[in-house]
Design a protein around this ligand. Structure first.
Ligand code: BEZ
Length: 232
């Protein structure tokens, strides 16, 4: 049974998990930090190996966004340990974050991560959980498509800006086609509010107003986009 996917806006379910770095309580262990919990279909598989290397290479960028990483697959701790040893030995990359051991798939099932046609393979899911333990974004990718890790970094930065400046983020932020790196002012709730917005902000209309955020914030996200576009 694939299980039910928790919803954006809900508090992440309380679960105790066994990981390659010991027992952790979710979401409380990560209180005060952002968390990217991601599942991969299985250890010792090529696409997953490329994803682990990409996450590890960007670990410092996640840290700078006050963000921790946590992997999961329906495999044992032994398998996770052997696989990360293999990655270190063969491609010279240290995996610095813990991986949840879920040998019978109970955690994966609880989080709706299992593929509908498989009792043992998780899809490539990503849960972005905020410092209060609330699920803020969920991504779902199939086994045959590796994730864009720089996009995950861009999402976290954009969510942080959204919280800090009480704004919504446009498509492709910070390179939006209509408003560039500017951000969208939340909708008004009163007629007076609608009129006030026209005086206070730059607007296409009363329901579409935008404002500036410091360019240094946009630069951080732009760096992720540029790296994603660059040939390695
Ligand atoms: C992979 O990570 O390479 C993979 C895993 C499961 C199915 C297909 C590919």
């Amino acid at each position: 049974m694939p299980g039910t996917i928790p919803t954006i806006g809900e508090r992440f379910p309380e679960i105790e998990v066994v990981t390659t770095k010991g027992l952790l309580r979710l979401p409380d262990t990560y209180k005060g930090k952002w968390l990217v919990l991601f599942s991969h279909p299985a250890d010792f598989t090529p696409v997953c190996t490329t994803e682990f290397v990409a996450f590890a290479r960007r670990y410092q960028d996640f840290k700078e966004l006050n963000t921790e990483l946590l992997g999961l697959s329906v495999d044992s701790s032994y398998s996770h340990i052997k696989w990360i040893e293999w990655i270190k030995e063969k491609v010279g990359v240290d995996i610095p974050f813990p991986i949840i051991a879920d040998p019978v798939g109970s955690v994966a099932s609880k989080l709706g991560m299992l593929h509908a046609q498989s009792a043992t393979h998780t899809v490539r899911s990503v849960f972005i959980i905020d410092p209060n333990g609330v699920i803020r974004a969920i991504l779902y990718y199939p086994a045959e498509l590796g994730r864009n890790i720089d996009e995950i970094l861009r999402m976290i930065k954009a969510l942080q800006i959204s919280d800090q400046y009480k704004a919504a983020m446009p498509a492709n932020w910070p390179n939006n086609e209509l408003i560039g790196e500017r951000v969208i002012v939340p909708p008004p709730t009163t007629r007076e509010g609608a009129e006030e917005r026209l005086r206070q902000y730059t607007c296409f209309d009363w329901w579409f107003c935008h404002k500036e955020v410091p360019s240094s914030e946009a630069e951080v996200a732009r760096k992720f986009l540029e790296r994603a576009a660059k040939k390695q």
